[in-house]
Write a protein of this length. Structure first.
Lengths: 614, 112
């Protein structure tokens, strides 16, 4: 298999292909038929993905939530599970290198995406991430009441995705929670379809497009922006905006004119000519783009501005018409923002949240960064840094004909503008990474395809395989590292549903750690849900959970006679992973004793106590 | 190829619209209804538009059909929430629209 990757690239120029081949090569008779010795390279690209898929199925069947340790799924996985990913990637690369049959590459890529994003839902059987359950609460509220029930809730004021899922769930008589676990898989498959179309359009090469998609799947797998959420939906829609822009609205930049045109000239040198289109088709494209943009504006707070950065960069480079498109989209974005601005102020401190770009890029503050969490964070930081450095190097390599890379380069680095404006609650950097990653993947894939090696060192494909596998495994550690924390078991979800069905409305519900599938009920707003102020990730953390007097005093200050306090497997996992809240274990042991809690619900993963407030 | 791509989109639009409506209105199992809802979200509105437009490439044609459908369903649903006129079955109007647009496209033929 490795030797096959060492063979010369059939996609190269004829003079490069004419170099002497190593011993293991395709033997083609003069009439073009293949001999038995040459059949192996053609069979391997089919067998490897099948073996990879089979290994994944065997591996996943041997995994269960309790077998996953603090270091995550990869560190706890069996050899079958670990072998599945290299087999799928190498099978893909072998096929890409030889015949690049579209159907086989597509099936291999689908299998890889299923393996990456289907593993956690299959092991845990419930949606991942606590905040997904907040989204499910909004969807349930819309499906139950049919109108905005909580105007102060920012999610309800950007309702497009939630309303759509509520409507489709109501039509199918299916609870949205039963779909949510599979949202990452669905979004990633849809993203891959759009990205392949865009990559083909921009690169003009099938092989580069396929390689870029493979790289992308590894690079973004960790970023966790594909769960059932407005940003995942808006991201998918934003890809269609890029596709429409590049397919129908791209124009050749003006070569003569003022100073700006002269400044632009070296940036667009070697730029391929745009495709043919008509005035009527451009008008239709603007209309379609505007409708899709409106859906983004109605779905998510930040994505419209990330789209504007890309459109703005292409407009400055004079690569698209009409030039007023940027103004039109800005009017739509700010027109929606103005009446809802108070919610942006409440949640993100206004349009300009302050802070330097470095501060805004530093992610969530206040974690203790202990053990496994610190290592996984380091892995993804190295991955992100390597991605941007490799993309910059890819641009530098093509510096004499920048026009060939100017579009992906502009789209890869324009999202950074957001960091000059917003931290977005510490999440801006993840969105910047997400919007930058496709174009970085395309730049890196282009460089890998066109790197020149000495005649005796046919290293292109081994290097490509190493880059793809390194990106994938780093991304998988980022995705699976916190799986024990981010994912919930079915019994935890059942406990949460029991709570909303059986605890009297208006009750105080306490979470010692903000990591439980709460707020998923339509009537979520009828409960006073409070998280103990003991986690530095959530801001001011003054409460010591192991201090009985402090805990009692804080509960009493909330003004209820009775409180329900929830402790669970996922809370314990979170406290151990992040190293905070430090007093969680002590709190769990003192609830039934020092705090006088009585058990009202108990299963393998969750216990709910009722406390009489002193 | 241009004509066949838009024609294929039109056939896909008609088949998925009819199938979605049948599954949503008549299927006795939730799983079948779910497939119907999935089809309704992903195909009809986009096919109604893309059966008239050739994007030049199969993946682009399929991707734009998907995204336009999702955007239409999202906008339609959000408007229902805003005006407090919650009637999810009204989304089936998108399937009706798609059948009309796609059938007209096939009857007219040859448009690029």
């Amino acid at each position: 298999m490795i030797r096959q990757l060492l063979l010369p690239d059939p996609a190269l120029a004829p003079e490069e292909r004419s170099r002497p081949l190593p011993a293991l090569s395709l033997k083609v008779r003069s009439n073009g038929t293949r001999t038995a010795a040459g059949a192996a390279p053609l069979v391997a690209p089919i067998l490897l993905p099948l073996l990879g898929l089979a290994a994944w199925i065997v591996g996943i069947n041997q995994l269960h939530p309790s077998s996953i340790g603090t270091w995550g799924l990869l560190a706890s996985a069996n050899p079958w599970f670990l072998l599945a990913f290299p087999a799928l990637v190498l099978g893909f690369l072998l096929e890409l290198r030889r015949r690049a049959r579209g159907w086989l590459l597509a099936l291999d890529l689908i299998a890889l995406i299923v393996a990456i994003h289907g593993s956690v839902p299959l092991i845990f059987g419930a949606p991942e991430y606590a905040w997904v359950y907040k989204h499910l609460g909004i969807i349930s509220a819309f499906a139950t009441y049919g109108h905005v029930t909580d105007p102060a809730n920012i999610y309800q004021q950007w309702p497009a995705l939630f309303a759509a899922v509520a409507a489709l769930g109501s039509l199918a008589h299916v609870a949205p929670i039963s779909l949510a676990a599979w949202a990452p898989l669905a979004f990633e498959l849809a993203d891959a379809l759009l990205l392949f179309a865009i990559f083909r359009l921009v690169s003009g090469e099938r092989r580069t497009a396929w390689l870029a998609i493979l790289l992308y799947e590894g690079l973004v797998s960790w970023v966790g922006q594909d769960y059932l959420s407005p940003q995942a939906f808006a991201y998918l829609l934003s890809l269609a905006i890029v596709l429409i822009t590049l397919r129908w609205l791209r124009r050749a930049p003006a070569v003569s004119g003022g100073r700006l045109a002269r400044l632009r000239a070296p940036l667009v040198a070697g730029l391929p000519a745009p495709g043919q289109t008509t005035k009527a088709m451009r008008a239709v494209a603007v209309a379609l783009l505007t409708v899709i943009y409106l859906a983004i504006v109605m779905a998510h707070q930040l994505t419209p501005y990330l789209v504007l950065t890309g459109i703005g960069a292409l407009t400055i480079l004079d690569l698209l018409r009409p030039r007023w498109l940027l103004a039109l989209l800005s009017v739509a974005a700010f027109g929606y923002l103005v009446p809802h601005y108070h919610l942006i102020v409440d949640n993100f401190g206004g349009l300009f949240s302050g802070g330097t770009p470095i501060d805004n890029a530093s992610g969530v503050h206040g974690t203790y960064h202990a053990g496994a969490e610190a290592t996984t964070a380091l892995v993804v930081r190295v991955l992100a840094g390597a991605m941007w450095l490799a993309a910059a190097a890819s641009i530098a390599i093509r510096r004499k004909e920048l026009g060939r890379v100017i579009i992906p380069a502009a789209l890869a680095f324009s999202p950074f503008i957001v960091l000059f404006v917003q931290s977005y609650g510490g999440e801006a950097i993840y969105r910047v990474f997400l919007f930058s990653a496709p174009w970085c993947a395309l730049l890196i894939a282009g460089a890998l395809r066109h790197l020149r090696f000495p005649r005796r060192l046919p290293l292109r494909w081994p290097l490509t395989a190493c880059v793809c596998l390194a990106a994938l495994f780093a991304g998988l550690q980022g995705l699976y590292g916190p799986a024990r924390v981010d994912a919930f078991t079915r019994s935890e979800v059942t406990a949460s549903q029991w709570l909303y069905k059986n605890v009297p409305r208006g009750s105080l519900v306490l979470l010692p750690v903000d990591n439980f599938p709460a707020l998923e009920a339509a009537n979520y707003n009828d409960y006073d849900l409070q998280v103990m102020p003991s986690d530095p990730q959530l801001g001011a953390a003054w409460l010591d959970e192991s201090n009985v007097a402090q805990v009692q005093s804080w509960i009493a200050s909330l003004g209820h006679d009775t409180a329900y306090i929830v402790v669970s497997r996922s809370m314990a996992a979170s406290a151990a992973y992040f190293g905070a809240p430090t007093g969680y274990k002590n709190l769990v042991s003192m609830i039934p004793t020092a705090l006088g809690g009585s058990v009202v619900y108990h299963d393998a993963d969750t216990t709910i106590y009722r406390l009489s407030v002193v | 190829m241009t004509g066949s791509r838009t024609q294929l989109t039109a056939y896909g639009g008609i088949i998925s619209s009819v199938l979605a409506a049948v599954l949503l209105l008549a299927a006795p199992w939730h799983a079948a209804s779910l497939i119907g809802a999935f089809l309704l979200a992903c195909v009809p509105a986009g096919a109604a538009v893309m059966c008239w437009i050739d994007s030049g490439e199969a993946a682009a044609q399929a991707g734009l059909t998907l995204v336009i459908s999702l955007a239409a369903v999202a906008i339609f649903s959000a408007v229902m929430i805003w005006i407090a006129a919650w009637e999810p079955r009204a989304l089936l109007a998108l399937a009706l629209l798609a059948v009309g647009s796609c059938a007209y496209r096939l009857r007219r033929g040859g448009l690029r």
